[in-house]
Write a protein that binds this ligand. Sequence first.
Ligand code: CP
Length: 308
Amino acid sequence: PRHLLSAGDLTRGSAELILDTAERIDQAMAGREVRKLPTLRGRTVVNLFFEDSTRTRISFELAAKRLSADVINFSAKGSSVSKGESLKDTAWTLQAMGADAVVCRHSASGAPQQLSGWVDGHVINAGDGTHEHPTQALLDAFTLRRHLGRLDGRRIVVVGDVLHSRVARSNVLLLSTLGAQVTLVAPPTLVPVGVDAWPAQVSYDLDGALTGADAVMMLRVQRERMSGAFFPTEREYSRGYGLDERRRALLADDAIVMHPGPMNRGMEITPGVADGVNSVIVEQVANGVTVRMAVLYLLLSGEMDGGL
Ligand code: CP
């Protein structure tokens, strides 16, 4: 209850508490000349990033600053990690400096879980390997709720490199908890072992899955995590699994197009669709700040404890 490590740890009640708190924060911030709340004054948030990030790192920094916390940004590059310091010794260093919350991104699945055993502060998983990215799922759910209302029975299609996607796993766990029906579509070589146990359907028929769906979430093809040639060529991939205007038109009329970013434009999504009328990709980024403010606030105030 002290940490946010997995979207699977969130009950429907705790997930809705976070999303409702984010809505309240958004309302409290609206129209303010100084876009800052005093809530976390005197608290310290450490952004501990062992893997590259644009959106998550910046939005956690902005979220903590908008709550008036002191923020320390740590990236492995330029730190003593490059001299061989271990995660455990890095954690003890943070502990000695009194971090109230540690936001951790790491290329190793399970690193934030390990970290939570070494520090007293609250640990938030900001993406661990191919495992989970719970705050991405929360900002996606927030965006979906804003457009679709309650998610019960809504059909959401998640397409692409599911094998390497922490975003897909966290979204499947959270969106199913919120009552949505999730369908995963991927090339057979990019479907994870054990997907049958996920609370989602798996389909290899993209056009069929998209027809009448309420939302589509395109995943980035993560070439940096692929060692072998177990992946179609770029052209085959786009033809089989890319979202273009023809496929977008198969969705329900009020459906939204999502992508967590960063995008491979022209590969998993055409620029026209990424920037088109139904796209909420930029909105997802903006919502990330609000949702991360809610997570930091609830964890650091202790109000999350009852819900998890
Ligand atoms: N969506 C996401 O996690 O993006 P970054 O890798 O830029 O943080």
